[in-house]
Design a protein around this ligand. Structure first.
Ligand code: G1P
Length: 307
């Protein structure tokens, strides 16, 4: 669709990143450190997510945090002591790395208070977001920067209005870990119209193997719905349940579409996937990759021989 069509929909400039979760899957590492700060190679996982928002043109970022999340605020702030120490040493390379995260975006923070679920976390963003469509990025999902998903979702939202969610096909035995969507094809092969949503269904109740992955572009009508959404699965206020309300009545906030993602995604909330993300990204790094790949190849060969 030509971009001229997009003029009638307000531009999207705000990203919301829920980051209040306890990170229990990574204990004891997350006892005193937010899970979002765990390094993926040499950058905290959360920085990849903020960079993704910025590269899709969203430079106003609201993080929904909670107790013990101060390191997140510090990471995206200046650190004058460290900066002047590096300046004195003439270490321009490391100085640039330190300054990169504080120069990335305009950061805002709000505290969730009670951990009442993802829907509740998104509702905490209502006063900041106001009446514009906005993006939500879940910190546990890391989307490879070479496979731009959010930009595509924003384009689809500008074309159709309403809301857009990211979907990925998963194995049937995996669908109970995700929100699942009933979908209809559209003229664009990577875009579907959403006919219904169920949060973490049993495989036999899942409408499809299309799983919601942690990227959303939402119409602000979702806030009013969230205010009325009762706790659902796990006793939590579920974003999926609120989106189902949008699907059920298009008059409220426009249609809901899905972008089917076929690129590289890592669930850094899962220990195995977290390790895979590190290995993969390290292999592809220009500075670390060549040595690391050589070592990895030797290591895997030795491992295979021993079996
Ligand atoms: C959340 C959503 C779920 C979605 C998932 C993607 O679940 O509730 O619909 O599929 O993120 O990562 P969580 O993984 O936070 O339990």
């Amino acid at each position: 669709m030509v971009s001229g069509m997009s003029q009638s929909h307000p531009r999207i400039s705000k990203a919301v990143i829920p980051a209040a979760g306890l990170g229990t899957r990574f204990l004891p590492a997350t006892k005193a450190t937010p899970k979002e700060m765990l390094p993926v190679v040499d950058k905290p996982a959360i920085q990849y997510v903020v960079e993704e928002a910025v590269s899709a043109g969203l430079d106003d970022v609201l993080m929904v945090t909670g107790r013990n999340k101060r390191p997140l605020e510090d990471h995206f702030d200046r650190n004058y002591e460290l900066e002047s120490a590096l300046q004195k040493k003439g270490d321009a390379g490391r100085l640039a790395k330190v300054q990169e995260s504080s120069d990335l975006a305009t950061m805002h923070y709000v505290r969730q208070g009670d951990p009442k679920g993802l829907g509740h976390a998104v509702l905490c963003a209502a006063p900041h977001v106001g009446h514009e469509p906005f993006a939500v990025l879940l910190g546990d999902d890391l989307i490879d920067p070479r496979d731009p998903l959010l930009q595509r979702m924003i384009d689809v939202q500008q074309q159709h209005g309403g809301s857009v969610i990211a979907l990925m096909e998963v194995a049937p035995e995996q669908i109970h870990l995700y929100g699942s969507a009933a979908v209809e094809a559209t003229a664009d092969s990577d875009v579907v119209k959403i006919g219904g949503l169920v949060e973490k269904p049993a495989p036999e109740d899942a409408p499809s193997n299309y799983a919601i992955i942690g990227r959303y572009v939402l119409d602000p009508a979702v806030f009013d719905i969230l205010r009325k959404t009762e706790p659902g699965r796990g006793g939590e206020i579920q974003l999926t349940d609120a989106l189902q309300q949008l699907v059920a009545d298009e008059k409220v906030g426009g249609p809901v579409h899905g972008v089917v993602f076929k690129g590289r995604r890592y669930d850094t909330g899962d220990r195995g996937d977290y390790l895979r993300a590190i290995v993969r990204l390290a292999c592809e790094r220009e500075d670390l990759g060549p040595d690391f790949r050589t070592w990895l190849h030797r290591y895997v060969t030795e491992e295979m021989q021993q079996r």
